[in-house]
Design a protein around this ligand. Structure first.
Ligand SMILES: C[S@@+](CC[C@H](N)C(=O)[O-])C[C@H]1O[C@@H](n2cnc3c(N)ncnc32)[C@H](O)[C@@H]1O
Length: 264
């Protein structure tokens, strides 16, 4: 699955905008997830495993205009974790699966020059694109590190807030991702992730579909299982904001949710 995921995002990073000529003009900012775009959420070529599901990011025109164009062109998420993360000046933020850097750049504005943002991604072409955008726009409080969500390149207790947008569903060991998030957070740190989850268990044939997985659909866990893994990693006070279902796979509803939790 990891190879399929990396191949998919490498192609997107090397391409231009994903399916829309000017995402900044799309008020919902849902370039990659709308039925009218040529690309499915997160995916470069919608497969039969996911063509029944349309998931979108959730940015205002103002937010998309405030970040480098290279990042605004590829909003690959399924929500907007920065909007609810209540970031404060001076905080250190880590974005798991930072992609083109959209959420990292939005976070950088909120934490200001006293704070900093670490974007982590495994796909070299994504990192290259995000780093070039930061360089071109002279954004100094963001750095992009290569690494796996399951082995975050950050020290114990280095971070105030973990954000992530439509990434953890792509990983094969979600429990390990949450344990890593817990490790790198300071005491009192917050987890604010937007992700795709399912209303129940998906059939094994769907879960084995690599294209559907890379398009952020068939790797989705049932919400309860997802929340259990967060709790098992040590997080407390989890709360969930659900979006309406984006479609179904084998009759199972697929939807995006923003989960907030705390390391006490
Ligand atoms: C759907 S895109 C989301 C990008 C970004 N968060 C956004 O909202 O635009 C998924 C990103 O996560 C990265 N990714 C997927 N699995 C990963 C893993 N196990 N470790 C690190 N990065 C991963 C991919 O390379 C890709 O850039």
């Amino acid at each position: 699955m990891r190879e399929a995921v990396e191949e998919n995002y490498s192609a997107i990073a090397k391409g231009g905008a994903c399916g829309c000529s000017s995402p900044v003009e799309d008020s919902a900012g849902a370039c990659c997830g709308t039925a009218s775009s040529s690309n499915a959420c997160c995916g470069s070529s919608p497969s039969s495993a996911s063509d029944n599901v349309n998931i979108s990011a959730d940015y205002s025109k103002e937010e998309l205009s405030a970040v480098p164009q290279e990042a605004a062109e590829i909003p690959l998420g399924c929500g907007n974790p920065v909007a609810i993360a209540n970031l404060r000046p001076g905080e250190v933020v880590l974005d798991i699966g930072s992609g083109g850097g959209l959420d990292a750049f939005l976070s950088a504005k909120r934490v200001g020059s006293e704070g900093r943002v670490i974007g982590v991604d495994m796909t070299p072409a994504m990192l290259e694109r995000a780093r070039a955008a930061a360089e071109r726009s002279n954004i100094r409080n963001v750095e992009f590190r290569q690494g796996q969500a399951e082995a975050l390149p950050a020290g114990d207790g280095e971070v105030d807030v973990i954000i992530s947008n439509c990434v953890i569903n792509l990983t094969e060991d979600k429990g390990q991702v949450f344990r890593e998030a817990f490790r790198v957070l300071k005491q009192g740190g917050r987890l604010e992730v937007s992700d795709v989850v399912a209303g129940g268990a998906l059939p094994i044939e769907a879960r084995e579909n690599a294209n559907g997985w890379a398009e952020c659909v068939t790797g989705a866990l049932p919400e309860k299982e997802y929340l259990d893994l967060i709790a098992q990693a040590g997080f407390e006070d989890a709360s969930v904001r659900r979006s309406p279902a984006s479609g179904t796979i084998a009759g199972v509803p697929i939807y995006s949710a923003i989960v907030s939790a705390r390391k006490k």
